[in-house]
Structure formats: structure tokens, C-alpha cells
Design a protein around this ligand. Structure first.
Ligand code: GLY
Ligand code: MN
Ligand code: MN
Length: 368
């Protein structure tokens, strides 16, 4: 049993000769610890045969050594630069010569990491293996599901404690500050991402930023897309409320999104493809009077990264299997007027899915 077994399994499955990892979610899953990506490169190279090599900034050695890396470490100091350490690592890996193929994390490795690696292994060819490397995170362990469940419990408590403090006339920034305070008060380790607190026309932008110059008023939709982190796992929750009152048109708009969300939660089960789930959810929106206001797919995998595999998207033939976690987050967006999204985090079980998010979804008026 080695730390690198999951990576060796990917090497065997793909026929790649080596995989290079940089800090990030895959690194964290493999080593149980992450490092900040900064101006100092840290790259681990795991060959299919032979001993692995790691290029590590000297100031990180105290954190890296206790991980129990089963290979050779090439450290480098600020004053000498990193290139000699990369070249030494390359000489240590002669099996990665002409004709060898090295998989890298295309969505994570920076260009300067890559150029240094290329110089270290000048005869190897490189391929973007991000998707296949990330399969080490596709199925969550019971402990990982428990961590996300706890992140969600704390995040939902924070939202429940935020809502009574929301009043007509507050800015989105005011409300965001309250939410952030409540997330930390609820015991979250950190936040999954900068929260989206968006009212009225701003809610029609799926990834809006909170404004300090707009005061919420009666009839506004107020969308929260946010999450707290716990033990490295990030909740990703969206609920949309109405401030003071709701028009009949907006009520129908909301109920359409809720019907799509409910469809996804009722429909998803192991054995279906991610494409089939997206199709079922999208059809609810597309067959409604609001079809023109759909902007995005149903959801994405969720774990150590907030957006990861499996993407819940038409065309993705990934079959859902127990232990996978993803979001169901249909939304509708009327530019310049209002947006509604309702987002749940679900885990695939042996017989269906369980929604880890339990915050009520019925239309709720707040801010009175
Ligand atoms: N929140 C919608 C999306 O990123 O697809
Ligand atoms: Mn979200
Ligand atoms: Mn999401």
C-alpha cells in the first residue's frame, strides 16, 4: 500500500509513462495535504516504473517531508532558482526518454511549471491528462461524504441565521458580510468561494458579485449561492428568496425552477448517464413558458474542487455510480429583471440519490 497507488492505477489504465502532479485537489487527495501555488513551482513526477521524483521549494521541505513521499526530493532555494532542481529530477528519470508520454493536469499546471518540466524531460511528449488523473476523486469515501455533509450542515445553519437579519434597504454587500460572519460563527473552516449575494437585476447574472450601491427593495429576487468549507470539502448551495412580496409572474418563474430541481432529485440514480439527468432537468425548463431564460447545464461534481467531474451535462456519457457527488442547480435568468437558481448537493447511493442539502426549497418571502 503506497500513497501513490491511485496514481499508479491511472498509469496502468492509460498506458502513460508518467504523471506529473502540482498542488491542487488531486495532490490533496493523494497526499492528504495541499500547498499554495505561488511563484515557486512544486511538481511531483510519478513514473510507471522506477522511483518518483519531486521538485520542492526548500522552504516547503518541512511540510513536504512528513508526507512520506516514496521517492527522491530535489529541493531548490530562492537564490539559486528552480531550473537546476528540475534538470536533476529529469536526470533521475532516464526512463522518460524518447517516445515516453507524460500526463499533466491541464487545468492546474501553470505555463512556467510546464516549461520547466519540458526542459527537464526534453525527449518526452506531454498530454493533458487532467480528466483521467481527476478520476482519483470521482468516488467519495464515507469519510469524505461525512465531511461534505458537515460543511453543508454548517452552511445551512449560517443561511438560516442570516435571513432574519436581512431588511429592505440593505445593500448586497451588507448581506454578504452578515452571511460571511454567520458561516464562520457556524464553525466553517473557510468559504468554498466568494459568495454570490445578488438581488433584482443582478440575480439574472449567474455569477454576479455583491454590490455596495444597490439597496434591496420589495419584489426583488434575492439569490444566495455560497458555501462553507469543512475538512477540505466545500458546500455549494443556492437558494433564492423574494424580498417583501412576489408577483404572480415571479412566482411562476420560481415554481418552474423548483419543478426542474425536483425532477433532477427524483430522477437521478445509479446507472443513468450524467447526460440523461441533465436532459430530464433541462426539459422541464425548455417545455415551460420560460424556456428562453435558461443559461446553463444542470450541475457539476463537487468535492475537493467546487467544480469537478462528473459534469451533469447533455453529451456526458459518464454513468452515475454510488459515491459520486454532484449538484442539481437549474436556473432561469431574465436579463435586467430577475434570476432564480435552486442548487442542491447530492450523493449517489446504491438505489438513488440522497440530497445532502436539506434547506427548504419552497418559495419564501424575507426582509419584512
Ligand atoms: N452556477 C451555474 C454554473 O456554473 O453552471
Ligand atoms: Mn453554487
Ligand atoms: Mn454549483
Amino acid at each position: 500500500m503506497s500513497l501513490l497507488d491511485p496514481i499508479h492505477a491511472v498509469l496502468k489504465r492509460t498506458g502513460l509513462d508518467a504523471i506529473a502532479l502540482v498542488p491542487g485537489a488531486n495532490f490533496l487527495r493523494v497526499f492528504g495535504k495541499d500547498f499554495h501555488q505561488m511563484e515557486r513551482p512544486l511538481v511531483v513526477i510519478v513514473p510507471r516504473t522506477g522511483s518518483p521524483a519531486a521538485v520542492v521549494p526548500n522552504l516547503e521541505l518541512g511540510s513536504f517531508k512528513p508526507l512520506g513521499f516514496p521517492g527522491e526530493i530535489f529541493d531548490w532555494r530562492d537564490e539559486e532558482g528552480y531550473m537546476e532542481a528540475f534538470l536533476s529530477a529529469g536526470r533521475f528519470l532516464p526512463q522518460l526518454g524518447k517516445g515516453s508520454r507524460v500526463g499533466v493536469e491541464g487545468q492546474r499546471m501553470r505555463v512556467f511549471d510546464f516549461l520547466a518540466l519540458q526542459q527537464a524531460l526534453p525527449l518526452a511528449s506531454f498530454t493533458d491528462a487532467h480528466a483521467v488523473i481527476s478520476t482519483v476523486r470521482l468516488h467519495k469515501t464515507p469519510a469524505e461524504v461525512a465531511a461534505l455533509r458537515e460543511a453543508i450542515r454548517r452552511s445551512e445553519l449560517a443561511l438560516e441565521n442570516t435571513l432574519p437579519q436581512v431588511k429592505v434597504g440593505m445593500t448586497e454587500k451588507d448581506i454578504e458580510s452578515i452571511l460571511l460572519r454567520e458561516l464562520f460563527a457556524a464553525g466553517c473552516d473557510g468559504i468554498s468561494f466568494d459568495p454570490i449575494v445578488a438581488a433584482g437585476d443582478n440575480a439574472a447574472k449567474p455569477h454576479a458579485s455583491a454590490r455596495s450601491d444597490y439597496r434591496i427593495k420589495a419584489g426583488d429576487a434575492l439569490l444566495f449561492d455560497y458555501g462553507g468549507r469543512y475538512n477540505h470539502f466545500s458546500a455549494d448551495i443556492t437558494r433564492t428568496f423574494f424580498v417583501g412580496s412576489v408577483s404572480e409572474h415571479d412566482r411562476a418563474f420560481y415554481e418552474t425552477v423548483l419543478a426542474a430541481n425536483s425532477k433532477g432529485r427524483a430522477f437521478a440514480k445509479p446507472g443513468l448517464t450524467a447526460s440523461a439527468v441533465d436532459d430530464a432537468v433541462c426539459k422541464v425548463l425548455e417545455n415551460s413558458q420560460f424556456a428562453a431564460f435558461k443559461r446553463h447545464k444542470t450541475g457539476h461534481g463537487l468535492g475537493l474542487d467546487v467544480h469537478e467531474a462528473p459534469q451533469i451535462m447533455r453529451g456526458n456519457q459518464q454513468v452515475l455510480e454510488p459515491g459520486m457527488i454532484f449538484t442539481i442547480e437549474p436556473g432561469l435568468y431574465r436579463d435586467g429583471e430577475a434570476g432564480v437558481r435552486i442548487e442542491d448537493d447530492v450523493v449517489v447511493t446504491e438505489s438513488g440519490i440522497e440530497s445532502l442539502t436539506t434547506f427548504p426549497r419552497e418559495l419564501r418571502i424575507i426582509g419584512l
